[in-house]
Design a protein around this ligand. Sequence first.
Ligand code: NAP
Length: 264
Amino acid sequence: MDADKVIAMQSATNPTRSHSPRVLILGGTNEASELAAKLAARADLTVISSFAGRVSQPTLPAGLVRVGGFGGVTGLISYLVDENIEVVVDATHPFAAKISGNAELACETVSVPLIALERPPWQPKEHDCWRAVPDVQAAASMVNHKCNRVFLSIGRQELGAFSNCDDAWFLVRAIDEPNAKLPANSKLILQRGPFYLNDELQMLRSESISLIVSKNSGGTATYSKIQAARELQIPVVMIDRPKKHNIPTVARPDDVLRKLAEFL
Ligand code: NAP
């Protein structure tokens, strides 16, 4: 899928409904798809999910779908006006900070209500051994030692921070082939979650992983690596979330439904 090109698509499960309030979901998360399914089932509104287009074969949610950047805040403003959007739900990933900032500015400018859906971060439990770092750069400088065999599980977009980590060995997992240069000593596996505990345990054992680098993404789809780390007593370098919202957030798709009722 070409990320630079806006492609309008319509899934077969939901016909276009004219004259009903139009809700835009900024997506890219399981919660966004769950919400789209709930809203698409309703006859009283039209739901449009928006994807950046980073993943080559995304699983399309129910309802209408558009793909590609809007063209910054001004592009998003034009989209909201042209498409007659009445409410925006920002259900993007906790580490996708730019689109959330753009959404806040755009919605404020054209007085369109914005609901921010963000799943809670993971919290350390007993026997977890986490070292919190503020960003990927801090993680890269912390793990690059000869004796480390690192499971690098941060998606593909920010792998460039590790390009010059020549000392450690890395097992890199991503959904699609990364664009960034991988560390000199690395093995790439292309896999899409959800991931399961037994598979994660087996992988960490068979690759003799001594350290894990993870974003604090929250949710269940990728949590099994954290459980596996706990079980095997492998330390986790946990990258903190960026601050991305200036408005109150809700944690679950059902909370969004309640908020929507206030606006529509
Ligand atoms: P980002 O840094 O916040 O956004 C960069 C640019 O990508 C935005 O300015 C916007 O382009 C475009 N964009 C992002 N999300 C979009 C959406 N839902 N619909 C249309 N355009 C969007 O975002 P990112 O970290 O690159 O993440 C991109 C997408 O992947 C997000 O939708 C996010 O939910 C998903 N995702 C991200 C991560 C992660 O770790 N960052 C993990 C899993 C999924 P314009 O300025 O041109 O509008």
